[in-house]
Design a protein around this ligand. Sequence first.
Ligand code: CMC
Length: 391
Amino acid sequence: TGCFTYDPGFGATASCKSAITYIDGGAGVLLYRGYPIEQLAAHSSFLEVAYLLMHGELPSPGEFTRFENRITHHTMMHEAFKSFLGGFRHDAHPMAMLVGMLGSMASFYHNTLDLDDPEQRRLAAVRLIAKVPTIAAACYRHSIGWPLRYPRNNIEYVERFLHMMFEVPSEPLVLKPVAARALDLLFILHADHEQNASTSTVRLVGSTGANPYACVAAGVAALWGPAHGGANEAVLKMLAEIGDAKNVQSAVDKAKDRESGFRLMGFGHRVYKNFDPRAKIIREMTHQVLAELGVNDPLLEVALRLEEAALKDEYFVQRKLYPNVDFYSGIIYKALGIPTEMFTVMFAIARTAGWVAHWLEQQEDPEARIGRPRQVYTGYAARDYAAIDKR
Ligand code: CMC
């Protein structure tokens, strides 16, 4: 392999230095800028976490107010987005629309962006955090044929998103406080996770000096796959297919049979080999949220039985496969009335905070250079071209 190492899937390669997020996979530890995820989940808000990831420190009251005002100022979509959105088929997957819509932001804000100016870079980051919920809700409403709602800037970030999703003109939306709190918590837990596939994608695209909106659109594309953010949608579809606790064992058996090509979605993680601390928090809150919302979802019972059966099984124990962040998140999204196809979009809204923090860090890193992996070539040695009539 010459002077480089063959490392498929980059399991043993550090692609950058970063001071944002720390994971100890063996001990189940996750820290954002040094703060344990459990403490942030209990006491912080998504917007405060977004500030923390971007700036490195928790904001003072004044800093938080300025940040919140700045985000609020940028929640509107350019009106021309509407005609862009209108071109999508109504039955397109919302992640397909989100990739396109975010990519199109590069066309709206390209000329006003000087990547050498730190203030301009931060403005791009703020615009992304501010506009992603507006765009996400617009994709949903386009898919069901509802008129778009403008962001209500007199309410908080997560509540505002729920209003844009579900409000209809004649009926004021009455939100139970637990709904906004649960979504805020899920956003905190999904906000960053160091060099996962989508964040690495944002950095790889960012390493070329590309427009930040294009970088984040690439991140959304990477997130979409079922091995990554698409797992939350896949989990719910899997639980619905299993349907009943009595079918759990055969699902576990099928996942063990490598010939079947079936995996237990929401199980396993490249880094966590003991437990996923985010899954632990979500599992605990699922019961409470469902009870407070008055939702009785039989899929929760299926999920609990599935976890129990898998954790008893030699196959999963040996390979250190545990429920990950996405195993229970879908049950909460469903209880909040969010349709299954939107689950990965929810993940994308939250992860935007991490993506922009990593992009900003990379732009300021004097050691950063273009990402350019090598390969182990397995093709032909040099050979002579043959004219078409000689083949
Ligand atoms: N069900 C059954 N077997 C599994 C599963 C699973 N969910 N996950 C891994 N395995 C097996 C795999 O077949 C392999 O077995 P063997 O050594 O006999 O070939 C072994 O466990 C190691 O798996 P791997 O594919 O080499 O592990 P990886 O680190 O490359 O993949 C993963 C990690 C998360 C992609 C994988 O566990 C998976 O596909 N899980 C299901 C999808 C999922 O839930 N993804 C969400 C990840 S967390 C949210 C996020 O950050 O995106």
